[in-house]
Ligand binder design. Structure first.
Ligand code: GDP
Ligand code: IMO
Ligand code: MG
Length: 425
């Protein structure tokens, strides 16, 4: 049995939560492998909407194992609030949700450090989600982190030592005044709450399940262009969001990876600072934002909007090894006369079709303009109903990207998903 991986190919918020929920019935296990509560994954079904941050999006589809892997960073206070809300809404978690003992803990002082580092950056702010992601991964790599497994033994001493270190750092950054007591209280309650869950060695668990013939779907957070190595550095998150992150974030070997689903919007968005070559600053950008309800699911921040960037997508497909594409939110473009797609960049008068080292300035997108389909597609049930112009748009993208588009999402609801290339039995 193989591990399939679902990844955002752009700057996050592609619709990963929705698709993981749709695909979950085909799997036994759903696992998060990186990121933390910087993620906001939205699902809609039966007229209900849920936003998940640390809990995998497979939690609503029956008795599947949902796993939070070692590569994730977990804030116990936020986790407790998220889990309790789900349980109160009638979705029991305790038996189905397993958490790696090797996942790192986001401390209240990590959140303060996140704010302090941003403040110190002046005009060069990353525009982080403020959830302490960067400082927690920094502590992990510099071998100072606290892990979920640490809460089981001699925890207070470890916590106090880490906190004292952070307070010194905050002093060094001249950050303050700040209020820690309330945050700390909620956090310590979260630590006690965590103890009620199955705390596991995720690498053993995943490999045992695979050996038993079980199938695993990995749920990426953020997107490839936010990857700490391959994204638009330094305007990135602090984890490996690419396919390889599933190996290090769960303890599965590369040869266990099967399908890689790459998910993208029919246009492009970005939240936070950093370069975005196809960003629109005009009415069209505003129209996409309004029709697509492009406001962050966690922070409520307005997302920057622009046309689809095929140069960046080809790059993402390459570093992720994508085998199947999933196109989201095409319904947002349903009424457009024409639709643009960036097929190359012009840099210093020269046209390039590869993703360069630096996209921070001097990049002029080269567009192809395609006819819109001008049809409300939101109630369609199968690809037989697709308008001709929409099929032409799909064929154009497949030719440009070299990978088949296996699913098209035509609305936020679970039902508004159309599978293509379904093999006849
Ligand atoms: P994620 O972080 O990748 O899971 O994506 P988010 O949940 O942050 O953002 C995607 C948003 O688009 C959510 O509000 C979804 O409900 C919504 N959405 C997902 N698929 C579609 C779609 O096909 N059409 C429309 N109009 N909205 C969608
Ligand atoms: P999902 O999983 C969109 C962005 C932030 C900021 C940068 C670094 O819902 O797609 P961080 O708090 O991670 O240090 O912020 O990354 N960012 C996201 N943008 N979707 C996300 O997650 C994001 N998670 C982080 O806006 O620019
Ligand atoms: Mg999101």
């Amino acid at each position: 049995m193989k591990v399939d991986v679902l990844l955002g190919l752009q700057w996050g918020d592609e619709g990963k939560g929705k698709v993981v929920d749709v695909l979950t019935p085909r799997y036994d296990v759903v696992a998060r492998f990186q990121g933390g509560p910087n993620a906001g994954h939205t699902l809609e079904f039966n007229g209900q909407k849920y936003v998940l941050r640390s809990i995998p999006s497979g939690i609503f589809q029956g008795d599947k194992v949902n796993l939070i892997g070692n590569g994730v960073v977990l804030d116990p206070a936020l986790f407790k609030a998220e889990a309790e809300a789900l349980e109160a809404a009638g979705h029991p978690l305790k038996e189905r949700l397993h958490i790696s003992k090797k996942a790192h803990l986001i401390m209240p002082t990590h959140r303060l450090l996140d704010a302090a580092y941003e403040a110190a950056k002046g005009d060069a702010k990353v525009g982080t989600t403020g959830k302490g992601i960067g400082p927690t991964y920094t502590d992990k790599v510099s071998r100072n982190g606290l892990r979920v497994g640490d809460i089981l033994h001699d925890f207070e001493r470890k916590y106090e030592a880490a906190k004292a270190r952070h307070i010194q750092m905050l002093e060094g950054l001249h950050y303050g005044p700040y209020e820690l007591a309330d945050m700390e209280k909620a956090w310590l309650e979260g630590i006690e709450y965590l103890k009620q869950f199955h705390l596991v060695d995720s690498e053993h668990e995943v490999n045992r399940l695979l050996a038993e013939g079980k199938s695993v779907l990995c749920e990426g957070a953020q997107g490839t262009m936010l990857d700490v190595d391959f994204g638009s550095y330094p305007f990135v998150t602090s984890s490996n969001t690419i396919c390889a992150g599933a190996c290090t974030g769960l303890g599965v070997a590369p040869n266990k990876i099967g399908e890689v689903y790459g998910i993208f919007k029919a246009y492009c968005t970005r939240v936070g600072a950093g370069p975005f070559p196809t960003e629109l600053f005009d009415e069209t950008g505003d129209r996409i934002c309004t029709l697509g309800h492009e406001f962050g699911s966690v922070t409520g921040r307005k997302r920057r909007c622009g046309w689809i960037d095929l140069v960046a997508l080809r790059y993402a497909i390459m570093v992720d090894g994508v085998t199947q594409l999933i196109m989201m939110k095409s319904d947002v473009l349903d009424a457009f006369e024409t639709i643009k797609a960036c097929v190359a960049y012009k840099v210093g008068g020269e046209e390039i079709d590869y993703f360069p080292f630096d996209i921070s300035e001097g990049i002029e997108p080269v567009y192809v303009e395609l006819p819109g389909w001008k049809t409300d597609m939101t109630k369609m049930q199968s690809e037989d109903e697709f308008p001709e112009e929409f099929n032409a748009y799909l064929s154009f993208l497949e030719e440009q990207l070299g990978v088949p588009i296996k699913f098209v999402s035509i609305g936020p609801d679970r039902q508004q998903t159309i599978e293509r290339y379904v093999e006849e039995v």
